[in-house]
Design a protein around this ligand. Structure first.
Ligand SMILES: [Fe+2]
Length: 209
């Protein structure tokens, strides 16, 4: 009897979580956090869809054992914190420094009951950031490691580097340009990006800009 009850409760929880995952409306969530700012919503949707589609493509081409549903959702939500930040060139009129958009997004997503998605948001900046890098560069972030750890966290962090929010949203950056940008942020960031490149490959090897 007790075993039966426990089993039922567990099944209900699994069913509930599955239902929540399958019904997560990422567009509505992005709308909620870009109130009265359709221009930013358009940028966010365009950028996030490009990142999502690339992450899904890499996962499919490499046969990676990802949670595809989660990967798609988290890619759509990884930049949800930008509206809290100050970056007028991309229609962000908040007060936080732009580099805080990952942790702002994580705060929003945890409040929405999405802690797994929140981890993706807070760990996607650059190739992740270490507590030492944050301290050395005096960045306005908590002095702790924000490194992408899980496969989905690493893949979204990598796919994100190929797309800008300030230029043509669907045009990928050449990988050489990304490497140079990562080097400008220090040796640690550059080394971790190369590790991601080794893991996932160059998805635009045949792309001629
Ligand atoms: Fe992004």
């Amino acid at each position: 009897m007790i075993r039966g009850c426990c089993h039922s409760a567990t099944s209900l929880i699994i069913l509930r979580d599955y239902y929540l995952l399958m019904t997560l409306d990422t567009t509505s969530l992005l709308e909620k956090y870009t109130p009265g700012n359709p221009a930013l919503l358009e940028i966010l949707l365009g950028h996030s869809r490009a990142v999502r589609d690339l992450a899904l493509r890499i996962a499919a081409e490499k046969g990676l054992p990802v949670d595809r549903q989660f990967l798609a959702e988290a890619a759509m939500l990884h930049d949800i914190g930008v509206g809290e930040c100050d970056a007028p060139s991309i229609k962000c009129f908040g007060s936080a420094p732009y580099i805080c958009h990952g942790i702002e997004g994580a705060r929003i997503l945890r409040a929405e009951g999405l802690p797994r998605h929140a981890r993706v948001a807070e760990r996607h900046t650059g190739s992740g950031l270490t507590a030492e890098e944050i301290k050395e560069r005096n960045l306005p972030l908590p002095q702790q490691d924000f490194l992408p750890e899980t496969l989905e966290e690493r893949l979204i962090c990598y796919a994100d580097k190929f797309y800008s929010k300030s230029r043509a949203l669907n045009t990928p950056k050449p990988i050489e340009k990304i490497r140079a940008q990562m080097e400008a942020h220090g040796a640690g960031v550059a080394t971790r990006f190369l590790a991601l490149e080794n893991e996932f490959g160059n998805p635009f090897e045949d792309f001629i800009p």
